[in-house]
Design a protein around this ligand. Structure first.
Ligand code: AMP
Length: 220
């Protein structure tokens, strides 16, 4: 059994890397951001409350996310382990997670921190747009369609931005991240669980570094 935490700013690529590693290890990725977005889409009580915090770029109250994680980790597909993406987000959540795992005789085996400079993150997120028709994702700075205003994949001519990808919210999300992350990183460094990876490189290269740290043999 292996339980892993991925730390990193929004847009650092931690979600992408977590998904790739989880697939190879046959364990689920648990993303609190994704669980919360589902609650928001359902427009239920938790979703309505969470939306207010999410739209400001701040953190949803610990009590809500801790309950979500508790019930998700106790599901049978987590019996062989799990990867946490976006939890814990602060030291309080980190401590609660430790206690929670202790009580079921489990522990965190590794913490991967993916580091990317803020200037790049801002370009990665605020430059993101997608084809309204097929969902293909592009970026104003790094990845434009070959033909101007025409989707490479489906030829669609209408594009859209994600509502929380605007510059103001992205800056707030980054501020929130830096305010909480230093303490969390120290917490795991002291436990000798932390490995920091440069997330600036291409996806396969970052993945290679993570595999080295986790001692997973490359498939190709
Ligand atoms: P993410 O997709 O991980 O960037 O999360 C999107 C938003 O959901 C964040 O900006 C927070 O408002 C909220 N969120 C996700 N995970 C947590 C967490 N562990 N604690 C508090 N809020 C969270």
């Amino acid at each position: 059994m292996i339980n892993i935490i991925f730390l990193g700013a929004p847009g650092s690529g931690k979600g992408t890397q977590a998904t790739i590693i989880a697939k190879d290890l046959f364990i689920p990725t648990i993303s609190t951001g994704e669980i919360l977005r589902n609650e928001v889409a359902k427009d239920n009580e938790i979703g309505k409350l969470a939306k207010i915090y999410m739209e400001s770029g701040g953190l949803v109250p610990d009590k809500i996310v801790v309950e979500m994680i508790k019930s998700r980790i106790s599901m049978p597909d987590c019996n062989n382990g799990f990867i946490l993406d976006g939890f814990p987000r602060n030291i309080v959540q980190g401590q609660i997670l430790d206690d929670m795992l202790d009580s079921i005789d489990r522990k965190i085996n590794a913490v991967i921190e993916i580091i990317v400079a803020d200037e790049i993150i801002i370009k990665r997120i605020s430059g993101r747009f997608s084809c309204k028709n097929c969902g293909m994702v592009y970026n104003h700075f790094f990845n434009l369609p070959k033909l101007i205003n025409t989707c490479d994949k489906c030829g669609g001519v209408n594009f859209e931005n994600r509502s929380d990808d605007n510059l103001e919210i992205v800056s707030n999300r980054l501020k929130t991240y830096h305010n909480n992350n230093r303490e969390l990183v120290e917490f795991y460094r002291k436990k000798h669980l932390l490995s920091s990876i440069d997330g600036l490189k291409e996806i396969p290269l970052v993945n290679y570094e993570i595999r080295k740290v986790l001692n997973i043999h490359n498939k190709n």
